[in-house]
Design a protein around this ligand. Structure first.
Ligand code: SAM
Length: 433
């Protein structure tokens, strides 16, 4: 039976549609384009893999994404009517997934959009309603006044579920209109001549709102009249410790793309999210947001690999689990560069802890689909794909297939849009009994 699945996945990889290589807006239809989030997966590829699994699995399935981000896997699951659980430590990721859930369950987004636009029109106040470290650096006063006006209007939307969709639009407006560059996920000052004029901000928001309404309509057309509404759970927390209660009667499919490495040296999801999280009222965010946005570094430091404290202890703990990781550390020790890999070791230990926890927290049987990227650190390629496979084998999984997406640019290694060197992208499909 497993051989059949392996063969089907091999076929899928060999005959992969050209659309797998398409990136940018064209690859992100319906709700996939709601928010620009770092390192989003290619929806079509994940959807095709899920379809291949569904053809093979009998009975009802439940999809879990423990590093859900902006919810690419969530949207693909809901489009197929599958129950879904998404987890992320980033309250902004949780907000956008909750917004997607609100759209799925039928919240009236048009009414929320109209109420917001009307409230903006009638707003006569002239004050900046938020205050946080860095406010005046990242926003000119005129911009902060405009954003406060939009913020006050959104706060008047009565339905919280629909309001979260409008906050997602507001997030995009903040990203486009702050004084931080849009070309990097780090907070990084724009050049003086590159700042967005305050009188354009309202237009940016309205354009983004209009686009979102079209995306909502496209999504709702696709889901049509489903016989049953999927069950959706969105949880904010650490994948190393979060409590899950999954029905053992469901076949579990875990589909995810973990971070490439620690947030500080790879993608700073926390910095990327900081400004929006400080503008959105805490009442509409997960309660963890308060603690995780104390400063621009708070979220990144509690994410996987966020701390090198106890790195030596961690290095001992992780030894003997993945031969590829052991080899990497031995080679670095011989070359005298082991210190440069402390963050890598710390990240890998945390990552293993999350796999181990999820393995125990989820029903015993299931398929796991993990997309990983290999990157370079201290002049070495970090073979995250092999490390991930070996960790799963250590936990008792059986690898079934590896699917490589043909990257759009032939040159290797390729840089993603924040300059991170990614040498490969691999999707591993494994089975637990
Ligand atoms: C590669 S991104 C996922 C992107 C997602 N697949 C998408 O298409 O938008 C990895 C995610 O892992 C999250 N993350 C990092 N450390 C975490 C932890 N300890 N627990 C849960 N999520 C974590 C980050 O916040 C980030 O959203």
């Amino acid at each position: 039976m497993t051989d059949t699945l392996a063969r089907r996945l091999a076929n899928l990889q060999d005959r992969q549609p050209a659309t797998w290589a398409v990136t940018g807006a064209a690859a992100r239809p319906n709700l996939h384009a709601m928010l620009r989030y770092p390192a989003m997966m290619v929806p079509k590829m994940q959807g095709d893999i899920v379809d291949t699994l569904l053809d093979y699995i009998s009975g009802s399935s439940h999809v879990v994404d423990p590093f859900v981000g902006s919810g690419t896997v969530m949207t693909e699951s809901l489009l197929r009517g599958l129950d879904f659980t998404g987890i992320d430590i980033n309250p902004l990721a949780i907000l956008v997934c909750e917004a997607k859930a609100a759209i799925d369950i039928g919240a009236d987004i048009t009414a929320a959009a109209n109420a917001t636009l009307q409230a903006i029109r009638f707003d006569v106040q002239d004050n900046v309603d938020v205050d946080f470290p860095g406010l005046t650096k990242w926003f000119d006063v005129s911009a902060a006044l405009q954003l406060s006006r939009i913020r006050r209007a959104i706060m008047q939307v009565p339905d919280q579920a629909a309001r979260k969709v409008i906050w997602t639009v507001f997030t995009e407006t903040i990203r486009l209109s702050s004084n931080s560059r849009t070309s990097t996920y780090k907070l990084h000052m724009r050049a003086e001549g590159d700042r967005v004029a305050a009188d354009r901000i309202l237009q940016i928001f309205e354009d983004s709102l209009r686009k979102t309404l079209l995306q909502v309509a496209a999504y709702r057309k696709l889901i049509g009249d489903r016989p049953r509404r999927p069950d959706i759970k969105i949880l904010c927390g650490d994948a190393r410790a979060i409590a899950l209660d999954q029905k053992p009667s469901h076949h579990n499919i875990l589909v995810t793309s973990p971070p490439y490495g620690d947030n500080q040296t790879t993608i700073p999801y926390g910095q990327f999210s900081y400004l929006a999280l400080r503008w959105i009222p805490i009442e509409d965010l997960n309660p963890l947001a308060g603690r995780l946005t104390m400063n621009t570094n708070s979220l990144d430091s509690v994410s996987l690999g966020g701390s090198v404290k106890f790195a030596d202890v961690k290095a001992k703990q992780i030894t003997g689990i993945s031969p590829s990781l052991d080899r990497l550390m031995q080679d670095a020790a011989i070359a005298g560069t082991a210190r440069g890999l402390r963050k890598v070791v710390s990240f890998m230990t945390d990552f293993f802890e999350s796999l181990d926890h999820l393995r125990k927290a989820l029903p015993a049987n299931g398929h796991w689909v993990l997309t990983t990227g290999n990157r370079t650190a201290s002049g070495r390629t970090i073979p995250f794909d092999s490390i991930c496979r070996e960790m799963l084998c250590y936990l008792g999984a059986r690898p079934i297939a590896t699917v490589h997406r043909r990257l759009p640019v032939k040159r290797m290694p390729s840089k993603n849009n924040m300059g991170l060197m990614i040498t490969t992208e691999t999707t591993l499909v494994a089975e637990f009994h």
